[in-house]
Design a binder for this molecule. Structure first.
Ligand code: HSE
Length: 428
């Protein structure tokens, strides 16, 4: 085999290091599958002096721009993260026709449309399977295998770090801080774990998923976002007692009018027997519902160096084959132009826990307020000064208005928890 595919690797951290090692150990298989031997042209890093076992030292450079600009490079793999510099480097790669593989969800969620335009103008590919749900093949199944179907909902666990934390809290009774520390040590968390626990990472993934599933431009600002930092051990215990598990979900669904879409990430209680309730550790799972295909579940490791490198290398094989064939693969398609609807219009059941005074008529006053806002109570339970309620379906707007009024009641000290309940009804 004489053909070679020259590859520049930008970033050699948890994922980049694995990519560099697999490029070496899987070299023969990669060559056979691509139809060309992969030649690593360079590896750009921020600090050249760090130990990187198994990574060819002579290829290390600190000049990422020079590497992305090299005209002999066919494919640039961008794994440095961040938005501005990474975006510039990718545009530099396109400027000489190189294709790009990236794992950068924040960048794709922020600049995906313009980057796809730049790729199309350059006759190059931009693939980013690793940006969503780690090792799980999800974007290409949505773009290619389900290309002829009409997707109605994409729903699941797309952040490994938060699932790891909630799982540890539920199964081992760990506290939040301990579980977060372990997730960081295991290499699941982003460089700044705030992106995980406050839901920015999941929101970026939800924007990418919804954009592809509904062929509509979805920006990260369109995604309603709540993180997991307010979830307490008491919430996990209450969920268990009600037969639920607390999961951090991304929910992207097509409106019943077929012209709109809602995209949100937030913690939710789901029935303990629901397929998403059994997602353990840093795994991810995504349910895709489509007219003809029905319900599909994609499950597997959602974070970590080796699993994410599998998705990166899968993309490398795909764009490498395209290069050799002189074609490009899928780009972005926003032709449907569905309208993004606000969270206030989303309807769910909800678990609400109030800290109240020990007066006999508290439940009656709370129920009156909720009913006035169109939020009927399904069940209630009182334990000392804690009043726990489960509401029937109500819109988020109605619930928010009711909760604001509850906060003003004399007998209500605190609205301690508000967790939506999902997975019990079909999408409205
Ligand atoms: N920090 C991310 C997660 C890594 O925990 O899911 C994969 O995107």
């Amino acid at each position: 085999m004489t053909a070679t595919l020259k590859v520049a690797l930008l970033g050699c951290g948890t994922v980049g290091g694995e990519v560099a090692r697999y490029l070496d150990t899987h070299a023969d298989d990669l060559a056979a599958r691509i139809g060309a031997r992969v030649e690593l042209a360079g590896i750009a890093v921020r600090r050249a002096d760090l130990p990187r076992p198994g990574v060819p030292e002579h290829l290390i450079t600190t000049d990422a721009h020079e590497l992305a600009l090299r005209p002999d490079v066919d494919v640039v793999i961008e794994l440095i993260g961040g938005v501005d510099t990474a975006g510039e480097l990718i545009r530099t790669a396109f400027s000489h026709g190189a294709s790009v593989v990236s794992a950068n969800k924040a960048l794709i969620a922020a600049q995906g449309t313009s980057l796809h335009e730049a790729a199309a103008a350059a006759g190059a590919d931009l693939y980013y399977e690793a940006a969503v749900a780690g090792a799980i093949p999800l974007l290409r199944p949505l773009c290619e295998s389900l290309a002829a179907d009409r997707i109605t909902r994409v729903f699941g666990v797309v952040n490994g770090t938060t699932n790891f934390i909630l799982d540890k809290m539920e199964v081992l009774g760990a506290c939040y801080q301990e579980a977060l520390k372990e997730a960081i040590q295991l290499g699941y968390a982003e460089a700044d774990p705030t992106a995980d626990v406050e839901g920015h990472d999941a929101a970026a993934k939800a924007a990418i998923l919804a954009g592809i599933a509904f062929t509509t431009r979805v920006r990260i600002e369109d995604v309603h976002r709540e993180g997991i930092t307010a979830i307490t051990s008491a919430d996990i215990t209450a969920a268990k007692a009600l037969g639920y598990s607390v999961k951090f979900l991304a929910v992207c669904d097509r409106g019943a009018d077929d012209r709109s879409v809602r995209v949100r990430v937030h913690p939710a209680m789901i029935p303990a027997g629901h397929p998403l309730a059994s997602v353990r550790g840093a795994n991810n799972a995504v349910l895709v519902e489509a007219d003809a295909a029905g319900q599909l579940m994609f499950y597997g490791p959602g974070a970590g160096g080796a699993p994410t490198s599998s998705a990166v290398l899968g993309d490398l094989v795909a764009v490498g084959r395209n290069k050799l064939a002189g074609v490009t693969g899928f780009g972005s398609a926003n032709y449907a132009g569905l309208v993004l609807r606000p969270m206030a219009e989303v309807s769910t059941r909800c678990y609400v826990r109030l800290e109240v005074t020990d007066a006999p008529d508290v439940l009656a006053s709370v129920a009156t307020v909720l009913a006035r806002h169109g939020v009927p109570i399904e069940t209630s339970g009182r334990s000392g000064c804690s009043l726990a309620l489960v509401t029937h379906q109500a819109t988020d707007g109605a619930l928010a208005a009711a909760v604001a009024e509850l906060r003003g009641l004399d007998h209500v000290h605190e609205v301690a928890s508000l967790i939506r309940i999902e997975g019990t009804d079909p999408a409205p």
